[in-house]
Design a protein around this ligand. Structure first.
Ligand code: NAD
Length: 261
């Protein structure tokens, strides 16, 4: 235990879901955490998580606000060692139907939000000759896709390119940059999609997803948190520019689910 002792982590989208799971794992490992989220529930989450947690209500699509928030957090805590670009949104619609506005919303949060936070925090890491950057991608985009996911998949594939290209520029400064590619993780994002597919019985959708996963369950935010804690720790200090799938084996089957296995 304590593999992040003394480290200071900035986690976007930290109010709920995977971001909260990451915060909980980091706290267990001894880090201090800064939660930044567009939702004012970030303050309740911070209260619930207890000591060593600092909260900011922040829209990561606004570079000016991101810069102010990072400057304030770095001044208060002295430095930022770890950045987890976790905040993201998914809005599904077939390519033929999707409006530019819905595309831009996802590009703005998932790609530009990650860009803005990294741009603001990287100079601090370079100054300190230390940094761990963890970007939340997905299996959707780099590895798989279902109908309706073109815009979301595009953003998550972009995160892989961002991760590799940034890793090569920052390795000389003792900074690692890696991405996490989750499959189905039980958060409000998945619950919301399940509700759209079956408004009467969203749980039936979740149960059907679980039945198709080799490990027979969706992942938890805690699973994502533990992987992020590993990537942020000294145990991973020679890992950079890569991405790790965490999906309970969902991407493995060679055959489809039409009775062939
Ligand atoms: N849940 C899954 O199955 C799954 C799978 C693959 C990838 N992911 C990725 O994990 C990340 C977290 O997703 P989640 O499932 O926890 O979703 P979630 O909706 O539960 O949490 C996302 C958080 O991001 C915040 N957020 C949204 N827009 C923001 C903005 N502009 N500025 C700051 N904060 C903002 C939300 O308020 C929320 O607290 C996302 O990047 C998502 O794409 C999730």
């Amino acid at each position: 235990m304590g593999k992040l002792k003394g480290k200071i982590a900035f986690i976007t989208g930290g109010a709920a879901g995977n971001g909260r799971g990451i915060a909980e794992s980091f706290l267990r490992q001894g880090a201090e955490v800064i939660l930044a989220d567009i939702s004012d529930t970030v303050f309740t989450t911070a209260d619930e998580l207890g000591e060593n947690v600092f909260a900011y209500q922040l829209d990561i699509t606004k570079p000016h606000d991101v810069n102010n928030c990072v400057a304030d957090a770095a001044a208060k805590l002295g430095r930022i060692d770890i950045l987890v670009n976790n905040a993201g949104i998914a809005r599904f619609s077939k390519f033929i139907d999707i409006e530019d506005k819905l595309r831009d919303l996802q590009f703005d949060v998932n790609i530009k939000g990650t860009w803005n936070c990294t741009k603001a925090i990287l100079p601090h890491m370079i100054n300190n000759k230390y940094g761990r950057i963890i970007n939340m991608s997905s299996v959707t985009g780099p590895y798989a896709a279902d109908p309706g996911e073109v815009a979301y998949a595009t953003t998550k594939a972009a995160i892989i390119g961002f991760t590799k290209a940034l890793a090569i520029e920052t390795a000389q400064h003792n900074i690692t940059v890696n991405a996490i590619c989750p499959g189905y993780i039980l958060t409000s994002m998945v619950r919301h999609s399940a509700g759209e597919s079956n408004p009467v019985n969203p749980q039936a959708v979740i149960d059907a997803i679980a039945a198709g996963i080799p490990m027979k369950r969706l992942g938890t935010p805690g699973n994502i948190g533990d992987l992020a804690a590993f990537l942020a720790s000294g145990e991973a200090d020679y890992i950079t520019g890569t991405d790790i799938i965490i999906d309970g084996g969902n991407g493995i089957p060679e055959t489809n689910s039409m009775g062939l296995r």
